[in-house]
Ligand binder design. Sequence first.
Ligand code: NAD
Length: 340
Amino acid sequence: MNILVTGGCGFIGGHFIRTAFSAEGLSQLGFNPIADVLINLDNLSYAANPEGLVELDSCASYHFIQEDILHEQAILSILEKFHIEAIVHFAAQTHVDRSIQQVDPFVQTNVLGTLSILKACQHYLTHAKDIKKRFRMVYVSTDEVYGSLASSVAPVTETAPLKPSNPYSASKAAGEHFVQAWCNTYQIPTIITRCSNNYGVGQYPEKLIPLMLKQALNEQALPIYGNGLQIRDWIAVEDHCRAINCVLRSGSVGEIYNIGANQEVSNIALVSILCRLLDEYKPRTNQQSYTDLITYIQDRPGHDQRYALNTQKIRQELAWTPIISLEQGLKNIVLATLDA
Ligand code: NAD
């Protein structure tokens, strides 16, 4: 399978690519580095970490192309030149706080960039009819498109209405609508995944977990929005990438799959776990707990209270299940951060 990955220098895309080139890639995804090619297209925005993939530079089946997904003609040329059979579309502007400050890049990349890929696929598959039968485009979306859930409400299934309530989630939902429209109108074989909050090694330090670890290790305040009781479902990035592999290999065209680990925890509880792990593995010189650094700050405008996903569909239909517990996954990040 020749694969185009967009945003492969980002946090999740980077993990996905490294998995493809590992032994797991062949067994889970069917990606064969001897016979297939993987193209990583990324415009190297502020969140990119190309150094995370240097080990692949000498690999003949890996190609990095610095390009913006808005350039439809460039995408089309890549699809044609490399006979692409699958796209995993990660490229996005991803930080909610930035979307609140300046929405334009979110509309550009997450909406118009997605449309540009869809139009390139439309043109490509008109001429590559043999490839169209096996072609798949996976749009990597987020649980945030469902909007905020009350604590009394059961986790949502894929049929729940979309109610995005911040500029980032609105742009991801808008991208989803175009993906579904192109699947329905032009028969572009697309699949949508909606995943919960990812954590893992290599995340850009503006995100909650790496930010807290950086601040704590620098003996600086750990800023918590509002009362810290906002609830998120956290999943290890490795489990998310395995789920995308399953979807790419066995998912049904036109379908949507929720991906989550059903590990709901409040932000303050999550940061407290990080503090406990740091207390254990790198005690402060003053012997106080890192929790003493926690500082409550003014809440984010429109902050969603809770996200929670029902993941029965992917578990039952594709036999995927997460394998990394939150405690183990957080311990892995803390130890990796201390090692770095
Ligand atoms: P990230 O911000 O770490 O990486 C995004 C990558 O996309 C970067 O390498 C960036 O350079 C690239 N990019 C941005 N704009 C581009 C453009 N116009 N053209 C080409 N490349 C561009 O993001 P991430 O956390 O790895 O998230 C990847 C995807 O997964 C996103 O679509 C996001 O919405 C989705 N998602 C993320 C999470 C999460 O918790 N991180 C959860 C669910 C879904």
